[in-house]
Design a protein around this ligand. Sequence first.
Ligand code: HGY
Ligand code: MN
Ligand code: MN
Length: 424
Amino acid sequence: MSPQPDLRIDIERLLARLIELSDIGGIDGTTGCSRLAFTDADKAGRDLVVTWMTDLGLDITIDGIGNVVGVWRPESMPAGARDLAPVMTGSHIDTVATGGRYDGNLGVLAGIEVIETLATAGFVPARPLAVAFFSNEEGARFAPDMMGSLVYVGGMGLEQAHRTDGIDGAVVGDELDRIGYLGPSPCPGLVPHAFVELHIEQGPVLAEEGLDIGVVESVQGISWTEVTIEGQSNHAGTTPMRLRHDAGYVAAAVATFVRALADELGHPQVGTVGMIDLHPNLVNVVAATATITVDLRNTDNEILTRAEKRLQAELDRLAPAEGVTISTRSLARFDPVVFDAGVVELVESAARAAGATTMRMPSGAGHDAQMMSRICPTAMIFTPSHKGISHNPAEHTDPEHLAMGADTLLRVMTTLAGDRQTAS
Ligand code: HGY
Ligand code: MN
Ligand code: MN
């Protein structure tokens, strides 16, 4: 039975949940929140979302990395249909330390909203619908990013994930156990019929173009490297410049190099030194050691690989020149991903049917969908980000765009489930 063609989600209910969730780990004076993976705040957010899933009557599973999947298979469905692979949506509810209200949270809560809208309308899906939140999508505390969905699709072993050390010395397995989300469900997880993720763009394109929905065709490649520089601490006043082995200077030199490299390679190459940790980090001591992170991304894997080689060559040059030792550790490396053309087309037609203006685009950010595309037909829906701001408590998306995104998601999911012939 097709849902009423003009069935729309309840934007007030979605907004209320977005606000309630972002109040957990809320950042004073902003609409943002801080819920690093597997912290107490993450646990509190998880518990709230699991409550909403339970209240909706979803069949809930929690796996060994803490991924939570809620499947809607109403009693009214024919027996055979209830066992079919679900159409799945979802995203993440962990955030960076300066997180916004919408990054990840929108995709999970819009999935719940879509199912609640359909259930309230008495809709009987032709196959089950599911909504998931994947653990540790951000990777900010425990690298790599998209860890939960990577384990879900079999791209990372569960034991390896459990042994991962965080930037604060914590260990994934211990933290999962501590917050009560070391679940029994097996990894790799259930293979969906298809997966579609609603997410904010987190960049400036849709806002600058004045468009409503991004039809995401691909996700760019990601390379994260931890660089450790070992110099020699010394007196800032008495040590002549010629005798210094200054880890702080080398860290700054690498950061400057990364910026120049991105400028030289040109758009869409990006390069970021987001973390610089000096020791002893004191005003009158030449730094003994520096640990920094380098985030390089490009839609073209060949250019991204070239950028990685240029970085290594610069480290090889700096070490002898400054009399320091430099070691590196890869924190994440994901090739660019191209989404399923059929699901991309469906997103485009569904968005237009929902009254949105659209454009096709790549994703600059990493997402769980890039992992899910390894196991089933997958695509993404973007909503605009105000001024392109994200990973910042000021992150904002207008309610009408949130509604357009969720209405598009509803149409895509019911069409993928076989309940509509077309999304229009
Ligand atoms: O790093 C990313 O692109 C995502 O926010 N995890
Ligand atoms: Mn995200
Ligand atoms: Mn993010």
